[in-house]
Design a protein. Structure first.
Length: 197
């Protein structure tokens, strides 16, 4: 099934706040780094970590909200989502509330599919993309260790590709060291501090 991102928004780009899109392959450790970064930014009210809504069972390792398929479809019809997409046989979305946060000048961080990058860059005035990745053997080991039935076939997740011409990141974190170190990298990006990779 093809991923088809949909972003609902006005004709003018949403700003002045920033939208930081965290992307990367399954097993890269995005949720771990996001969890650590969220804790590090807890005292800053201008930094908001958005929860994804997903039509699969939520897990303890992710900051997601489980939504039934029918409720998900009703929310789309009601215009409740800022963006939604489909990947790995499941549907994902971000609440429309992120638009209000961005209009208020805040920085919103969200874990999304690489497929939404091009549309997000068009619809948000200050969209920044952070790619979290890891060597192929590390990705495979992490996915195998996770053993989540809703992940589907391991080989399919590892083989998934996207059009890189529309999803070029602004920053790349190769998450092969300690989670704490790479989370500090992510925090520096979120706070707009100098970071050289």
């Amino acid at each position: 099934m093809t991923d088809t991102p949909v972003i609902a928004g006005p004709r003018t780009a949403i700003g002045p706040g920033r939208l930081i899109l965290v992307v990367g392959p399954s097993g890269a450790g995005k949720d771990t780094l996001l969890g650590l970064a969220k804790a590090a930014c807890a005292g800053d009210r201008d930094i908001v970590f958005s929860r994804r809504l997903i039509t699969r069972q939520a897990s303890a390792s992710e900051d997601n909200e489980e939504v039934g398929a029918e409720a998900f479809q009703r929310a789309i019809a009601a215009g409740d989502y800022a963006m939604h997409w489909e990947a790995h046989g499941h549907r994902y979305a971000l609440s429309r509330a992120i638009n209000d946060e961005i209009r208020a000048g805040r920085t919103v961080i969200a874990n999304v599919s690489r497929m939404v990058i091009a549309a997000a860059r068009r619809n948000y005035a200050n969209a920044l993309v952070v790619s979290v990745t890891a060597p192929p053997d590390v990705l495979a080991a992490r996915l195998a260790a996770r053993a989540r039935s809703s992940d589907g076939l391991l080989a399919q997740r590892l083989a998934r590709t996207v059009d890189e011409s529309t999803s070029t990141p602004d920053f790349t974190i190769v998450n092969s060291g300690t989670a704490e170190y790479h989370a500090r990298q992510l925090v520096r990006i979120i706070k707009g501090e100098r970071w050289d990779g």
